[in-house]
Design a protein around this ligand. Structure first.
Ligand code: MLT
Length: 411
């Protein structure tokens, strides 16, 4: 018998959305070498790492070159010097108590949100918001939890929770029972948020249905308004039903450097076939210790510097810079009569495409006529059709230039 593939991979769309966009943009650039393309598609930061981070990073690299300070394998879960800073600054400061062994440092929220499904049974029913960050869906496709995709662009066995202008991008509780629920707030791609009360209804649902919420808070540092939870653990009882994912990518510019962390509270339970409650924390620990050797020492030292007063000041400046771009995008697009969402507590601006243009139609128009790249909403799921995502992660000059070019188009 010949070697077999994992056939679940054949159920995936042919390429990852951002790879597809890159392909189109590169082709356009080849055909139009003089075009100055402004990329506002993938949510990748553009500002350099803070100086406070670089200083620690350098120093830690030097330590690696000396007999006395060289470090080999570190703890798979992360060094305690970083975990201590995470707990104190990101959680204790909000009244949330965590212990060291509930935080797992990693090389990215993309990897963690993708890998987490491995520790749960294949027969769990998975719910995702629609539109959604594609990683949650595609990793479940690869694992075999979704079945094939129907003509409606939905995987048969997934439960989709539509988030559109009609419901203010707030997902409604599912009609049928679900086991694993992916929530990302501030949301990628819509840039919208949930209030504490709205998030509390999800925690209550999970508690009543013995479900687990996989809460992606990668964009929490962009929250500017009061009353928006920064962590799901601000909701009472959430530790029993939620895993939270955080990242240094979007707040501190680590998209290329790679550092993130995941919180798996010890109270969190899932159930075995006999219905016995089993703690999830040791399963994730087991998975990580087998498959992961930790994030490098210099990078964890660099990440810890994010929490120094100087680091905090610098990342605050970068976030303000991006949010200034977000305001420019919002105002420019509103001025030309487009419907615009997000961009207030998030670096993403979600735009309704003009009459007569679908998501890819608008993508093509902006690329060809304005040389501006965004992300077609439909790439995030069927309910994203008719929407378009623009990121604030660019220079202010490019942002202004892109908006001027778009404003000259007629729709
Ligand atoms: C995005 O553009 O949605 C982001 O790049 C996603 C990510 O952080 O992987």
């Amino acid at each position: 018998m010949p070697v077999k593939i994992n056939e679940n991979y054949l159920l995936l769309k042919s390429s990852y959305i951002f790879a597809e966009i890159n392909r189109k943009v590169n082709q356009f650039q080849e055909e139009n070498p003089d075009a100055h393309i402004i990329r506002m598609g993938i949510g990748d930061v553009t500002r350099p790492l803070p100086q406070a981070v670089i200083k620690e990073f350098h120093q830690a690299v030097d330590e690696m070159g000396q007999d006395e300070t060289f470090m080999g394998y570190g703890p798979e879960q992360g060094y305690s010097f970083l975990i201590k800073e995470i707990i104190e600054n990101d959680f204790a400061s909000r009244g949330i108590e965590l212990s060291q062994d509930e935080v797992f440092v990693s090389d990215g929220a993309k990897c963690d949100t993708g890998n987490i499904q491995e520790i749960f049974g294949l027969d769990n029913v998975v719910a995702v918001t629609d539109p959604v960050y594609p990683v949650y869906v595609e990793t479940n496709v690869m694992a075999g939890r979704t079945g094939p995709m129907g003509d409606d662009g939905k995987y048969e066995k997934l439960v989709y929770l539509p988030c559109t202008a009609e419901n203010n991008f707030v997902p409604e509780l599912p009609e049928s029972s679900v086991d694993l629920i992916y929530l990302c707030f501030p949301n990628n791609p819509t840039g919208t948020t949930l209030t504490k009360e709205q998030l509390a209804t999800w925690v209550e649902y999970a508690r009543e249905n013995k479900a687990i919420i996989l809460f992606d808070a990668a964009y929490e540092s962009y929250i500017t308004e009061d009353g928006i939870p920064h962590s799901i653990y601000e909701i009472e009882g959430a530790k029993e039903v939620a895993i939270e994912f955080r990242s240094f990518s979007k707040n501190a510019g680590f998209t290329g450097t790679r550092c993130a962390y995941t919180v798996v509270p010890k109270e969190l339970m899932a159930y075995d076939g006999a219905g016995n409650a089993q703690p999830v924390n040791p399963l994730w620990n087991r998975r990580q210790t087998t498959k992961f050797n930790g994030v490098s020492y210099p990078i964890q030292k660099a990440a810890a510097a994010v929490y120094t007063p100087e680091g905090q000041k610098e990342i605050g400046e970068s976030i303000d810079y991006y949010m200034q771009n977000a305001a420019i995008i919002r105002e420019s697009l509103l001025k030309i009569g487009l419907q615009v969402y997000g961009g207030v507590n998030s670096p993403y601006i979600w735009v309704k495409t003009p009459e007569g243009l679908d998501s890819w139609g608008f993508f093509d128009l902006l690329l060809k006529e304005a040389n501006v790249v965004g992300t077609p909403g439909v790439g995030f799921g069927p309910s994203g059709e008719g929407y378009f995502r623009i990121t604030a992660f660019n220079t202010i000059e490019n942002t202004k230039e892109a908006m001027e070019r778009i404003s000259k188009l007629s729709f």
